[in-house]
Design a protein around this ligand. Structure first.
Ligand code: SF4
Ligand code: SF4
Length: 96
């Protein structure tokens, strides 16, 4: 009986270790400034508040890694000027 519960504890520990080592997903957000009318909706809807206006009122992102991929900006843009995509991992990022 004691052996069974020890085994269970080990498997739980293994599962929690797996959960903590899960990598954060990253996203890329592209703006088509030719279609954008600088309405500011995307900036207002972004829950991370990472979309800022440039001097012409057009959006841009300075800290792309903070994007959570919710796609609120893409969905609410009235001019379809935003595309959010999963960032592909660079397979050679550890190469010298
Ligand atoms: S996908 Fe979400 S978090 Fe990322 S820029 Fe758009 S609204 Fe902000
Ligand atoms: S919601 Fe669309 S049109 Fe409005 S500022 Fe953002 S990208 Fe431009």
């Amino acid at each position: 009986m004691a052996e069974k519960s020890a085994g269970k504890k080990q498997s739980c520990a293994r599962k929690s270790r797996k959960a903590t080592t899960k990598k954060k997903k990253h996203y890329d957000v592209s703006f088509y400034h030719d279609w954008c009318k600088a309405c500011g909706i995307c900036m207002a809807f972004c829950p991370q508040k990472i979309i800022q206006a440039d001097k012409n009122g057009k959006p841009g992102i300075s800290e792309m890694d903070k994007c959570v991929g919710c796609r609120f900006c893409e969905i609410h843009c009235p001019d379809f000027a935003i595309t959010v995509s999963d960032r592909k991992r660079n397979r050679r990022q550890n190469d010298v």
